[in-house]
Design a protein around this ligand. Structure first.
Ligand code: ATP
Ligand code: MG
Length: 502
């Protein structure tokens, strides 16, 4: 057979095999692939955010719609994608499996299990990007989300449906606050989602162990896009996690979601954007970096009763450099959230843990949701601490202090000591109120600093044994009656006197 003949036969065969269903609008071919990004020729009808199918079970997501090509991020193994590979449209946007069976599991940014406990039977698939609920579908924040951390529940109360930023330098206890809050939701009917973005796998494994030890894993989903994964997975993770949360919230449940952390998320998105050749702006972040986080955090809210009244409370975490909260990403996220918990390295190193800076921390909506009983004892703590810190700086210069100054300093010291709290030991609201009530009286002012926590512990034990009704009443009425106050003071007095005799 001549060469010409051979060629025409080949073409004929190809034409016979041509699949007429497959239009060029729906397929494309890879021009280049690398660094988690792929440029594709064809795919004329592709949508923004659409899932693309690559050979060998790899997937991608459309991010750039150019005139003659499509830019996509690769959600899979980019080493298996080569120039000339055929890419198909799927006609659906990137979705994650959602449902009850995700509880207690660790999944990746696409909702696939990575904990070796087998497959997860999903109840549904949700697109990773969903519209935030409309204003009419929301209601104001009205009930507290108890963190179990004295300093937060008293000074910076968080309500269900609120977005509260946890911000601070590295190693200041940001993750610890989030994990303690998750542990404290035990028996409170709140579903928790911990979304790790760019963390080490070993850190996430430790967190999973800690949650398991504290019986908190059964109501928690962990979404992990670790530092070792490609930027697209880190970019997608918080959106996926929020979709998993929304499944529960639209069913009328309360959900708490932690994004640990959004600085790494922003960095991953910057890498993607630069590779997609989008123009860089301030700090080389792309122009839509604000929208990246605002559309994510807007999805957290308290749904109206017509929408079953569920809620998503979001605790995004942002890392600062040398305490600079006026950098680009911190200011963005501060302006999106309803307040921030600022953790200070100095306080942390001086042993004040959790290292919450009461001056820079605020909660803009949470006090509407704070229990009356807590308000009764905690309403002026912030001012007292501000006075204390002001005088503390001042008193370093002078030696002779008048008695008023001295008493403000002693009281401030007592308060600071009482607000110290160990990790993994969240307290009930009643216990917190008792501690703060005692700290607000002058009873502890003559106690040595190292004995304060001992006194508090014994007082609790005394009350549990002798005045159980104090706790039940507080739980029922959410008020602190004068009678109960007296009982608490008496218990504390009893303990202090007992210690003197020793
Ligand atoms: P990174 O920037 O590395 O993510 P981080 O700000 O999330 O750090 P953590 O990992 O939560 O900080 O905490 C740092 C260290 O401080 C940990 O070893 C943790 O055990 C300890 N720590 C955190 N909170 C407390 C606390 N209340 N009491 C005692 N130790 C604490
Ligand atoms: Mg951390």
């Amino acid at each position: 057979m001549s060469k010409d003949n051979e060629l025409s036969n080949l073409i004929k065969k190809e034409i016979e095999n041509f699949d007429s269903h497959l239009q060029m609008n729906d397929v494309g071919s890879v021009i280049s692939a690398g660094d988690g990004i792929c440029t594709i020729y064809g795919l004329d009808n592709a949508m923004y955010g659409e899932l693309l199918e690559f050979p060998k079970n790899n997937y991608g997501m459309v991010m750039n719609l150019n005139e003659d090509s499509v830019g996509a991020v690769i959600l899979g193994n980019e080493n298996e994608i080569f120039e000339g590979d055929i890419v198909k449209r799927t006609n659906r946007v990137v979705s994650v499996p959602v449902g009850e069976n995700l509880l207690g599991r660790v999944v990746n940014a696409l909702g696939q299990p990575i904990d070796g406990k087998g497959e997860i039977k999903e109840d549904d698939f949700f697109p990773i990007e969903r519209k935030a609920p409309m204003i009419m579908d929301r209601q104001p924040v009205s009930s507290p989300l108890e963190t179990g951390i004295k300093a937060i529940d008293s000074m910076i109360p968080i309500g269900k449906g609120q977005r509260e930023l946890i911000i601070g330098d590295r190693q200041t206890g940001k993750t610890a606050i989030a994990i303690d809050t998750i542990i404290n939701q035990k028996g409170k009917d709140v579903i928790c989602i911990y979304c790790a973005i760019g963390q080490k796998n070993s850190t996430v494994a430790q967190i999973v162990d800690r949650l398991k030890e504290n019986d908190a894993l059964s109501y928690t989903v962990i979404v992990n896009a670790s530092a070792s994964e490609a930027a697209p997975m880190l970019y997608v993770a918080p959106y996926s996690a929020t979709s998993i949360a929304e499944y529960f919230a639209i069913d009328g449940r309360d959900v708490l979601i932690v994004y640990d952390d959004l600085s790494k998320h922003a960095v991953a998105y910057r890498a993607l954007s630069l590779l997609l050749k989008r123009s860089p702006g301030r700090e080389a972040f792309p122009g839509d970096i604000f929208y990246l986080h605002s559309r994510l955090l807007e999805r957290a809210c308290h749904l109206s009763d017509e929408k079953k009244g569920g809620s998503i409370t979001a605790l995004p975490i942002v890392e600062t450099q040398a305490g600079d909260i006026s950098a680009y990403i911190p200011t963005n996220v501060i302006s999106i959230t309803d307040g921030q918990i600022f953790l200070s390295t100095d306080l942390f190193n001086s042993g004040q843990r959790p290292a919450i800076d009461s001056g820079l921390s605020v909660s803009r909506v949470g006090s509407a949701a704070q229990y009356k009983s807590m308000k009764q004892v905690a309403s002026n703590i912030k001012i007292q601490l501000a006075n204390y810190h002001e005088l503390l700086d001042f008193s370093r210069f002078g030696s002779d202090l008048d008695s008023v100054t001295k008493s403000v300093l002693t009281h401030g010291e007592t308060l600071m000591e009482v607000l110290k709290q160990k990790q993994y030991s969240p307290l009930s609201m009643e216990d917190e109120i008792i501690d703060i009530l005692i700290a607000q009286s002058s009873m502890l002012n003559n106690i040595k600093k190292e004995d304060i926590h001992h006194v508090l512990k014994l007082t609790h034990m005394y009350l549990v044994n002798n005045n159980e009704e104090v706790f039940t009443e507080m739980k029922e009425t959410r008020l602190l009656s004068e009678e109960n106050k007296k009982k608490i003071y008496e218990a504390c007095q009893h303990i202090i006197e007992g210690m003197k005799d020793e």
